[in-house]
Write a protein that binds this ligand. Structure first.
Ligand code: IFM
Length: 444
């Protein structure tokens, strides 16, 4: 079967502030939990930091030109909270606001639609010092920050995302400790889940109450893992895994609450729900963004608390060790659509880490694996659209090679190479492939 995307399909590229901006101590920017985490020995590979990153703070004109030349119509980026409120509260920093106004003006001039994420993991350190996301007040601080953003940038922004991947902020940051702030407490992590979702709901409620006419949603890296075999037990195992990985977020967002079956398996955890919280969290959403990289396979396990375990597979892996499994994206879009019927869906991140290198001539980067990856995942998106799933757009992760969190600069996701020493940009072959796909010259 061969298909084409509809004319109004949104073709985008995505980044996040800490991963690309650099300028970590300029113009009144405060410190975030990632600045601290990177400076904690042993947390990030080779002790690398986002201090300079891709220096997009000073080079966004070049990045916008490159997006324009590829026909990229939408740029998904995030606002660095510590640039706007250095301590996470109070009056905004004018120079921080000015930076994003310049960026938005340049995007508008280039005809690129901004998709703005309010929070992509860079909690001001001062708020972490007061307890961070496990503490309820952080949800109100986020609400205040979101309102500053709505007011300052509202006229230029039609598409807002409250949070990127609350799972990572809460579970990787507070339970497993591989992300900032690097704490290891499951009860705290689940308190963080609730306060992140509460902050989201407060922000959406305020946005609607302001009378603004744009779209607002949330971006999740949820999963509905597939059963390793067709057995009933493995199917049940997969459903249990979906409770933990997906329904913990989609459940409250769609007014169905937290999955009891999962919480019953976590006796150490208690969700700090107060009267009215669940209604606040379940604000109607204009869209759900899905960040999809891989799909896990799970099997029944009598000995596991939730009776499931991940099992090894034969699939080709990316540099992150993640299975390349494009059918999983289609399965997941179907699952989300069938279970929740969201108004609209976007693939807000998709891409792969490949250890690609510059050609001897110094001006090309051959990345055929990434091209295959993009082609096959775009084919899944195309099938989803043909099936009537309300998938409205696709954002490649990432526009540039950038700071990949605890892996430092060792994992390269960009369709444009960014030299970590010089900042020089070199479009990779996948950039040219993406240009063809956007132009409609590819069939899926
Ligand atoms: O780089 C990250 C991004 O910040 C959030 N989603 C997953 C990407 C790849 O790991």
């Amino acid at each position: 079967m061969e298909g084409k995307f509809p004319k109004d399909f949104v073709w985008g590229a995505a980044t996040a502030a800490y991963q690309v901006e650099g300028a970590f101590d300029e113009d009144g920017r405060g410190s975030s939990i990632w600045d601290s985490f990177c400076r904690t020995p042993g947390k990030v590979l080779h002790g690398q930091t986002g201090d300079v990153a891709c220096d997009q703070y000073h080079r966004f004109d070049e990045d916008i030109r490159l997006m324009s030349e590829a026909g990229i119509g939408a740029y998904r980026f995030s606002i660095a909270w510590p640039r706007i409120q250095s301590d996470g509260r109070g009056k905004p920093n004018q120079k921080g606001l000015d930076y994003y106004r310049r960026l938005l003006a340049a995007l508008e001039k280039a005809g690129i639609d901004p998709y703005v994420t309010i929070y992509h993991w860079d909690l001001p350190q001062a708020l972490e010092d007061e307890g961070g996301w496990p503490v309820r007040d952080t949800a109100y601080r986020f609400e205040e920050f979101a309102n500053i953003c709505f007011e300052a940038f509202g006229p230029s922004v039609r598409n807002w995302t409250t949070l990127n991947e609350p799972f990572c902020s809460a579970i990787l940051g507070y339970e497993i400790g591989v992300h900032a702030p690097g704490r290891k407490s499951r009860p705290d992590a689940y308190r963080a889940v609730h306060h992140l979702l509460l902050g989201h709901g407060l922000a959406v409620r305020d946005y609607r109450a302001s009378g603004a006419k744009g779209n607002i949603g949330i971006v999740l890296n949820i999963q509905s893992p597939r059963p390793a075999t067709p057995s009933k037990r493995d199917a049940l195992a997969a459903d249990r895994a979906a409770d933990r990985d997906s329904r913990m977020y989609l459940g409250p967002l769609f007014g169905r609450g937290y999955p009891e079956r999962h919480l019953a398996a976590c006796p150490d955890v208690s969700m700090p729900v107060e009267k009215g919280d669940m209604e606040i969290i379940a604000q109607p959403l204009d869209y759900v963004g899905i960040n999809y990289y891989t799909e896990n396979a799970v099997a029944w396990d009598d000995g596991a608390p939730e009776n499931f375990k991940l099992v090894p597979t034969y699939y080709e892996k990316t540099d992150m060790g993640w299975d390349v499994i494009p059918e999983g994206l289609l399965r997941f879009l179907r699952w989300t659509n069938d279970e929740y019927s969201p108004k609209a869906l976007y693939v807000t991140e998709n891409g792969c880490a490949v250890n690609d290198a510059v050609s001897e001539s110094g001006d090309r980067v051959r990345d055929p694996k990434r091209i295959d990856y993009l082609r096959s995942h775009l084919a899944s998106c195309c099938r989803a659209v043909e099936e009537g799933i309300p998938l409205k757009g696709y954002f490649v992760w990432s526009l540039l090679d950038n700071f990949e969190w605890s892996f430092g600069y060792s994992k390269k996701f960009g369709i444009i190479r960014c030299d970590p020493e010089t900042g020089r940009r070199i479009p990779k072959d996948s950039y040219y492939y993406y240009r063809e796909a956007i132009a409609g010259n590819e069939r899926f």
